[in-house]
Design a protein around this ligand. Structure first.
Ligand code: FE
Ligand code: FE
Ligand code: ZN
Length: 277
């Protein structure tokens, strides 16, 4: 069974996200837990969430992949910014319990000149501060392209964060195809080698979700500009192989391509037609 969907707008609430996902042919989706630029989160209406949970159950949805706001920087240089990040993070984890047992994906952070060593330590410190034993959500570190001072530009950096988190069973990784390609991992010509390397460094059991994007730029460009499927340098054939790969095929795949709903519906149908059951 292929679990695929797109990053959907959360402006209409939870039920609307479920209905739009079904309309697009999806059976999972991603959403921002609040405005992607941070700030206050909308109040959650339990009746609205109930309707989504019912839809998701009736339509056999896979795990949902929520996305933290971009402004959350767990390794900011200024202490007040790190406190802000921790506040948003723990508040989002409480909100996630309305939809229990799903994923909360975040960009590990940007070390802004402090160096990746300090960045990694600050990110792990924040996680150790906000994770709780009773949370049902699994936190996903997103693989990053390495633009600017991003932490998580290679599998080793993700491993170093994971090694420092006490509640390790609450942690996983989300692989973004555009980001790893831009980061220098050749998923077009040597997907098996890349996944072997991931397994060796991080462990494939940590891999919980995939962001399925083409890339406007070349291998190792460290740019992070997403392209529609088949309109970038990764290309559709490589992404079809990736979706069918034994190590990945049962994970939720989230499209973050520059599209409208019509475009996402087309991409979802494209992968469904090219998925070997
Ligand atoms: Fe992301
Ligand atoms: Fe992504
Ligand atoms: Zn990106």
């Amino acid at each position: 069974m292929l679990f695929i969907g797109n990053h959907t707008s959360s402006s209409g609430g939870y039920e609307a996200m479920g209905r739009q996902t079904i309309a697009n042919g999806g059976n999972t989706f991603a959403f921002f837990t609040r405005n992607p630029r941070g700030g206050r989160a909308k109040e959650i209406k339990p009746a609205d969430v109930e309707k989504l949970l019912k839809l998701a159950h009736e339509n056999s949805f896979g795990k949902l992949v929520a996305h933290a706001p971009y402004t959350l920087n767990a390794c900011a240089a200024r202490e007040n910014l790190r406190e802000f990040a921790a506040d948003i993070f723990s508040n989002d984890l409480k909100r996630m319990e309305y939809t229990p047992g799903n994923y909360y994906n975040f960009h590990p952070g940007s070390h802004v000149g402090q160096g990746s060593r300090i960045g990694i330590e600050r990110i792990a410190d924040l996680l150790n501060q906000v994770l709780t034993p009773d949370q049902s959500t699994t936190i996903l570190l997103e693989t990053m392209s390495g633009k600017g001072s991003e932490v998580g530009r290679c599998f080793e950096e993700l491993r170093e964060i994971l090694d420092r988190v006490t509640l390790t069973e609450k942690m996983g990784v989300c692989l973004d195809t555009c980001h790893v390609w831009d980061g220098g991992y050749d998923i077009v010509h040597s997907l098996d080698n890349v996944l072997d390397e991931f397994d060796r460094v991080v462990g494939l059991s940590r891999l919980k979700a995939v962001h399925l994007n083409d890339s406007l730029n070349d291998l190792g460009s460290h740019k992070d500009r997403h392209a529609r499927i088949g309109e970038g340098k990764i290309g559709a054939p490589a992404l079809i192989r990736l979706v069918n790969h034994p190590a990945l095929r049962s994970l939720p795949f989230i499209l973050e391509t520059p599209n409208d709903n019509e475009g996402w519906a087309r991409e979802i149908a494209f992968f469904r037609n090219n998925y070997i059951e």
